[in-house]
Design a protein around this ligand. Structure first.
Ligand code: R5P
Length: 291
């Protein structure tokens, strides 16, 4: 039997995985000492078990707790050790941009690899980080669950905030017979920049803007304001990973977004889309067995 051990950031993801796979969910206890040092203890026996630690990487303090859980599982005799890190942190620093920098994405991979023989994540910011895991990283995409969600909301157009994010928007749009496009910045004057879909007219359309990460919300605020100006009937802001720093959601609503949603890679009240099925499949549980 496989034992899922959730960290505090991914308890409901572990429950969803348990429901899909029939595996058990274990319990862990965390404390922080007065000097700031973290303590972790897996309360469920792990000796001889195939353990899957489930812990997302945002906020980044959760990365350390992920490592504590992996260490606890190994020190206490787990037979095998894998982990699910729904949001993989530090994936932006996948190369040295400036001399003297740390290569944080490799550091994260190297440290997790000390313990886990397999790592499952969801749409890392840069797919290139997979190389640091030496074939141990399985990356799940969120295309189908977002497509289902957009279909239920009768979305006409799926927009990527930039050309780089367009393949994801196209993949989701093609599932539901919607149109896809990406936003282009056009300088109208010295200090006036317009953001417009490259080729589509959004007037009267129900538009979803889909990005991999909504962090401060700055990118989507600009896009939403422009789409509202251009006559979109409705704007839905969607991010695979919803970090929602500060009042990101409030700012998006002020800009005219009807709703803000994300997947459950980082659990929040906005996690309307679940990537649990894709993760279960990546852990080797075939659809015929999933409940
Ligand atoms: C950029 O590379 C990412 O794909 C997102 O567009 C970015 O992280 C969004 O950040 P923010 O919400 O702060 O504009």
């Amino acid at each position: 039997m496989v034992l899922l051990v959730p960290g505090e950031g991914s308890r409901s993801m572990a429950q969803k995985l348990a429901k899909l796979t029939g595996w058990h969910v274990g319990e862990a206890d965390f404390k922080t000492f007065p000097d700031g040092e973290d303590y972790a203890r897996i309360l469920t026996g792990v000796k001889g078990q195939d353990v899957v630690v489930v812990q997302t990487g945002y906020p980044t303090a959760r990365l350390w707790k992920l490592l504590l859980l992996l260490n606890a599982a190994r020190e206490n005799g787990a037979a095998s050790l894998r982990c699910v890190v729904p949001y993989l942190p530090y994936a932006r620093q996948d190369r040295l941009f400036l001399e003297g920098e740390a290569l944080s994405a490799r550091l994260v991979a190297d440290t997790i690899r000390i313990y886990a023989k397999e790592v499952v994540t969801v749409e890392p910011h840069k797919e290139e980080v997979a190389a640091f895991f030496h074939g141990m990283l399985r990356s799940v995409n969120a295309i189908e669950p977002f497509a289902r969600e957009f279909k239920s909301r009768s979305i006409d157009v799926v927009l990527a905030p930039d050309a780089g994010a367009r393949p994801r928007a196209e993949a989701v749009a093609s599932h539901i017979g919607a149109k896809a496009d990406h936003l282009e910045k056009k300088r109208l004057s010295g200090d006036h920049v317009e953001m417009k879909p490259k080729s589509l007219d959004v007037r009267g359309k129900r538009v979803a803007i889909l990005d991999d990460i909504i962090s401060t919300g700055g990118t989507m605020v600009k896009a939403t304001e422009q789409l509202v100006k251009q006559g979109a009937a409705m704007v839905l802001c969607a991010g695979v990973h919803g970090l929602f720093i500060g009042d990101a959601v409030g700012r998006l609503k002020m800009a005219g977004a009807e709703e803000v949603i994300s997947s459950d890679t980082i659990e929040s009240p906005y996690s309307r889309v679940s990537v649990a099925e894709g993760i279960a499949a990546s852990l080797g549980v075939p659809a015929s067995v999933r409940r």
